[in-house]
Ligand binder design. Structure first.
Ligand code: TYM
Length: 332
């Protein structure tokens, strides 16, 4: 059975619609056909300052949301990154294999550090993609389900896997990105020229899955479209409408063509009102399920304990093999 691995950051408050449609939805589907490993990446989260109590709470909240979204601990391995120390250990080896200039070319670092200022951005933020490389290689993942913004990091993973294999002998599986074209990039509802994100979107442009459903409906109804009136998918000329059609189509399973037909001759208002309803139907049970998992910390802890144990078994084997290849003297 092919293996998939992916991760998500424990962000404050809630996942957003881009996280769900771009990644988590695929995680849920892939657990049926793949040996699936999914994790909440708390080591990645501390590349920017975090309040300890909030980090802990957000990590639990992230796990609760993943379960609410449909991850089934019987069908996948769900764990917290810091519960598996091998991530940091393999990351060190990968750091030593990466060129400084190569790391400096990672566009996410460039964007994020530009925002923070070079002296405030941590070295951890700089080596962030290399930790991600270690995450993936530890599990010998064949595919990595992510959104488009992670593609460059998967390419780095492939490069480093091939470099290591070339230098030390076949050790790591070279993974492929698993990026669905339709949902690779979900756009901000107010500015469809940028992706939906916690850092760049305005509150009105960002759909948080745990927002009050009324707030969500309002955001959808006031989404920016264009001055035209025709409901047609055209990402280049009609990015706002196209983004709404993508969201609608993915959440309901209706094809884009069928939606274009349904709304022929109707205005944007009709589309937005209906999509607002679709969104409310999606987020209402999601919120309830998330709260149920949060209210049951024992179940959550036991899921994570089991997940960490399964993950460690795989990670420890890969790391031991890697240590031997590198030439570390075995501890007796
Ligand atoms: P993160 O936490 O920023 O995002 C989680 C997932 O959501 C996707 N995503 C989007 N997809 C479509 N449209 C959007 N607007 C959108 N915004 C976010 C991201 O592409 C991602 O798949 N570095 C990773 C976490 C990570 C990881 C890994 C992923 C750490 N180790 C190993 C895969 C494998 C990140 O920060 O994702």
């Amino acid at each position: 059975v092919p293996r998939v691995l992916s991760g998500i950051q424990p962000t404050a408050g809630s996942f957003h619609l881009g996280n769900y449609l771009g990644a988590v939805r695929q995680w849920v589907a892939l657990q049926e056909s793949h040996d699936a490993f999914y994790m909440v990446v708390d080591l990645h989260a501390i590349t920017v300052p975090q309040d300890p109590a909030e980090l802990r709470a957000n990590t639990r909240l992230a796990v609760a949301q993943l379960l609410a979204a449909g991850l089934d601990p019987e069908r996948c391995t769900l764990f917290v990154q810091s519960h598996v120390p091998e991530h940091a250990q393999l990351a060190w080896i990968m750091n030593c294999l990466t060129g400084f200039g190569e790391a400096a070319r990672m566009t996410q670092f460039k964007d994020k550090s530009a925002k923070q200022g070079a002296d405030r951005a941590s070295v951890g933020l700089f080596t962030y993609p290399i930790l991600q490389v270690a995450d993936i290689l530890l599990y010998q993942a064949n595919e990595v389900p992510v959104g488009e913004d992670q593609r460059q990091h998967i390419e780095l993973t492939r490069d480093l896997a091939e470099r290591f294999n070339g230098r030390f002998g076949a050790t790591f599986t070279v993974p492929e990105p698993y990026i669905l074209k339709e949902t690779a990039k979900i756009y901000d509802l107010q500015d469809p020229s940028i992706k939906m994100s916690k850092s760049a979107s305005t509150p009105k442009g960002l759909v948080n899955l745990l927002d009050d459903p009324k707030t969500t409906a309002k955001k959808v109804r006031s989404a920016v479209t264009d001055t035209d009136t025709v409901i047609r998918f055209d990402a280049e000329h009609k990015p706002g409408v196209s983004n709404l059609l993508t969201i609608y189509s993915t959440l309901t399973g209706a094809g884009i063509g069928a939606l274009e037909e349904k709304y022929e001759g109707k205005g944007y208002g009709a589309l937005k009102t209906d999509l607002a309803e679709v969104m409310v139907e999606f987020v209402t049970p999601f919120r309830e399920r998330t709260q149920q998992y949060l209210d049951d910390p024992e179940t959550l802890d036991s899921v994570l304990a089991k997940g960490a144990e399964k993950a460690r078994a795989v990670a420890a084997e890969t790391l031991a093999h890697t240590y031997e290849r590198v030439g570390f003297l075995p501890a007796k």
